[in-house]
Write a protein that binds this ligand. Structure first.
Ligand SMILES: NC(=O)c1ccc[n+]([C@@H]2O[C@H](COP(=O)([O-])OP(=O)(O)OC[C@H]3O[C@@H](n4cnc5c(N)ncnc54)[C@H](O)[C@@H]3O)[C@@H](O)[C@H]2O)c1
Ligand SMILES: [Zn+2]
Length: 356
């Protein structure tokens, strides 16, 4: 097992960690009652192991299961979780454990942020995306009818437990989409990690030792960028949005059904590379290497011929303010570096999407 200090808390990465949760919580002087918030898919597999670990170390857990899927990430659902916690007698001394992917991480963190004006949050991410992205940086929240993550709070987890064993049951598409965020991190900040991923080739990316080191490195990259700009003020944190402007628009154009977030991001990265060639001097062979790496993890790099591209532009305009035809956009001049620029035009983006 390895342990990393990040954000305001500690992150443990290794095998067989879920059954040790009770012991780890004790070590942080947590005690008494807690809520285990999970979704239907994850609870079925892992809630009992977690509950037993907590009971055997003297905690009194209440399991609260919500339906799997992004549709559950609402204010109503957060309210219902709070009601269940009140009914079970949880108080200011209690804490919340989020057991699941980014959806559960976000809503359980939000509940922890508002319950009794804030109680400790422990995250047990069960998706690769959860481990390398959503559990880092402290952003918690829920969606509304008008958009994603419009209501929320910054509330760092006290402890994050990344148990590699839980990834065994993750469906391949869900597993691969985590690599879109990992490749994004490599492109914006770490050329060495980029080469390491290339060398993985056809070897199984599920090898625990390789995954452990990779997850650690991604946590370091994201938390370093977040630490420089926790509240999104200086533009540093915006680098993490590389590929996301077009990615989000594609997600929305596909009604959030056609592509998973990481798949839409993969396409957004390809578009951002095209724009980077034109506006930041990215070498075309570096763009090709990025596209090859995305493909290596079975991520899409072209849009289906009949995909409604005009819906992508509509979504872009909905999402971004184009002041004088320009938008703030993250570009990469070479693998391992990125910066924010105001030079990108709507036409640049249109061209890049048409080329997909
Ligand atoms: N807070 C942040 O900084 C941040 C960053 C990125 C994404 N997010 C949020 O994260 C969410 C996406 O996260 P996600 O991709 O993990 O989605 P998710 O939580 O919806 O999980 C994806 C699917 O996998 C299932 N699943 C999870 N773990 C499993 C396991 N070990 N075995 C079998 N099935 C499993 C889930 O039930 C679900 O059906 C979005 O809500 C997004 O807004 C937040
Ligand atoms: Zn993302």
């Amino acid at each position: 097992m390895i342990s990393v200090r990040a954000d305001a808390g500690r992150i443990l990465i290794g095998k067989q960690l879920l059954p040790q949760t009770g012991k780890r919580c004790q070590a942080l002087r947590l005690f008494g009652q807690c809520a285990i918030v999970s979704d239907t898919n994850v609870a079925r597999q892992y809630a009992d192991i977690l509950k037993q670990s907590l009971i055997s170390t003297g905690f009194r857990p209440t399991v609260i299961t919500i339906p799997a899927g992004e549709k559950s990430k609402t204010l109503e659902q957060a309210g219902a979780i709070c009601d269940r916690m009140i009914a079970a007698g949880l108080d200011r001394q209690s804490f919340v454990i989020g057991l699941g992917g980014g959806m559960v991480g976000d809503i359980s963190g939000f509940v922890a942020a508002i319950y009794h004006r804030g109680i400790p949050h422990v995250q047990i991410p069960t998706t690769l995306l959860g481990m390398v992205d959503s559990s880092i940086g402290g952003k918690t929240g829920v969606n509304t009818h008008d958009g994603k993550n419009l209501i929320g709070s910054v509330h760092h987890p006290l402890l994050v437990i990344d148990d590699l064993d839980v990834l065994k049951t993750l469906p391949p598409r869900e597993f691969n989409q985590g690599f879109a965020e990992i490749i994004k991190h490599a492109v914006i900040a770490d050329a060495k990690m980029f080469r390491t991923l290339q060398s993985w080739g056809a070897r199984s990316p599920r090898r625990p030792l390789a995954l452990q080191a990779l997850i650690k490195r991604n946590i370091e990259i994201k938390s370093m960028i977040v630490a420089r700009d926790e509240r999104d003020r200086t533009g540093e944190r915006a680098l993490l949005n590389f590929g996301h402007t077009v990615g989000h628009a594609i997600e929305r154009a596909g009604d959030y059904r056609k592509f998973l977030h990481g798949e839409a991001l993969s396409l957004g990265i390809v578009a951002a590379c095209g724009i980077s060639i034109r506006r930041a001097g990215l070498a075309p062979d570096q763009r090709d290497a990025i596209v090859d790496l995305l493909r290596q993890f079975e991520l899409p790099t072209t849009l289906p011929k009949n995909f409604p591209r005009e819906k992508v532009f509509d979504a872009l305009k909905f999402d971004k303010k184009f002041e004088g035809g320009k938008v703030r956009f993250v570009v990469s001049p070479r693998i391992g570096a990125a910066y924010l620029t105001n030079d990108v035009t709507l036409d640049d983006i249109r061209e890049a999407v048409e080329a997909l």
